[in-house]
Design a binder for this molecule. Structure first.
Ligand SMILES: *Cc1c(COP(=O)(O)O)cnc(C)c1O
Length: 359
């Protein structure tokens, strides 16, 4: 049997059809593609952090519950006292654990689309059906359709990115509350962009027994760490925690996470600066004729360019040394769309200047 035949025989058809999550090389470019915080740590903080790491006992397994880090995160993320939390190697791993907990043939995972691609990807990898419900033209939830499909398809889990990626907007909180009331499956509100908005469902955890709130430190400024947090009812989390591999958050991550979040004021300050820069970038994009620029509550901005020009503008920016994200071709609703992450003031200006030349 040829290698290809062996692969065709044994790899699940759902996996063969998938394409791996692609990350383009960014070396030497101004990196405005991945919603990273562009601000570095002050040198003194960096030095203090290295001191902390020196004390790490790497011959030992990590604290399996990451108790210290959990406690610091609860405070930093304002988790209600009666909620339980669990940690993941990034919130991507938490999405995987949630889906594995309910994975059984015939079950459905639902999310409005376009949205964060990992919901669909992980559902597919786990062999589940994924029901993507198209957002309205302005990327708001299609109220009627969403509620009707929940009743019809009885999803085991609904994922809601709040604010949504890649569109940047917040869904209507009242519609989310209606969904929480009619669904008996889990509703996971993914608050990856919490640092850049005032809206949150964290304080509503006690009101709904099927609500889980997910956070990450990635967009806050610790994307390299890989650390996500899930908060919700202890009864649900007790079950989900059974799918977690032991020691999924390593010693270096635990020490670094605890250290960094004890200096949360620094990250809050950086988030405020990013929000202010977002408004400058938004106003700058709005000045260009022919662009549709979508309001954002996150650290990126989605914009639609004149028909047929997304590829050329993306490539032109890359030649000018600037990497953003081209979403054209990923979904009908994102036709001619590009997404730019808010960078340092100089980087944002370089981006606007380069785009102006290309337009
Ligand atoms: C970036 C992003 C994540 C991924 O977070 P990690 O903690 O880095 O895995 C999750 N959800 C949404 C909506 C995101 O945009």
């Amino acid at each position: 049997m040829s290698l290809q035949d062996k692969i065709n025989k044994w790899v699940r058809p759902g996996i063969r059809k998938l394409s791996a999550y692609h990350v383009p090389p960014a070396a030497g470019l101004i990196k405005l593609d991945a919603m990273e915080n562009p601000w570095p740590w002050p040198a003194a903080l960096q030095a203090e952090w290295l001191q902390v790491l020196q004390a790490a006992a790497l011959n030992r397994y990590p604290d399996p519950t990451a108790a210290e880090l959990q406690s610091v995160l609860r405070t930093a993320m304002e988790v209600p006292d009666d909620a339980r939390v669990m940690l993941g190697n990034g919130s991507d791993e938490l999405i995987q654990m949630i889906v594995q907990t309910i994975a059984e043939p015939g079950r459905v995972i639902m999310a409005p689309e376009p949205t964060f691609v990992m919901y669909r990807q992980i559902a597919t990898v786990c062999g589940l059906a994924f029901s993507g419900v198209p957002l309205d033209e302005d990327f708001s939830l299609d109220h009627e359709r969403m509620l009707a499909l929940i009743a019809e398809r009885q999803p085991a889990v609904i994922f809601l990115a709040y604010p949504n990626n890649p569109t940047g907007n917040l869904f209507d909180a009242n519609i989310i509350r209606e969904m929480l009331a009619v669904a008996d499956g889990l509703v996971v509100v993914d608050e990856a962009y919490a640092p850049f908005t005032d809206a949150s469902f964290m304080s509503s955890l006690g009101e709904y027994d099927n609500l889980l709130v997910m956070r990450t430190v990635s967009k806050l400024g610790l994307a390299g760490l890989r650390l996500g947090m899930l908060a919700g009812s202890p009864d649900w989390l007790e079950q989900i925690d059974k799918t977690r591999l032991p020691y999924n958050v390593g010693t270096l991550n635990q020490l670094t996470g605890s250290f960094a979040l004890r200096h949360k004021a620094l990250f809050d300050e950086q988030a405020r600066a990013i929000r202010a820069e977002r408004e400058i970038l938004f106003a700058g994009l709005r000045e260009f004729a022919g662009l549709a620029v979508y309001p954002s509550e996150a650290n990126f901005i989605l914009f639609r360019v004149p028909a047929g020009r997304a590829g050329e503008l993306y490539a032109g920016l890359q030649s000018a040394g600037i990497l953003i994200k081209n979403l054209h071709g990923s979904a009908d609703a994102l036709r001619d769309c590009l997404r730019v992450t808010v960078g340092l003031p100089d980087e944002n200006r370089a981006f606007l200047a380069a785009l102006e030349r290309l337009l």
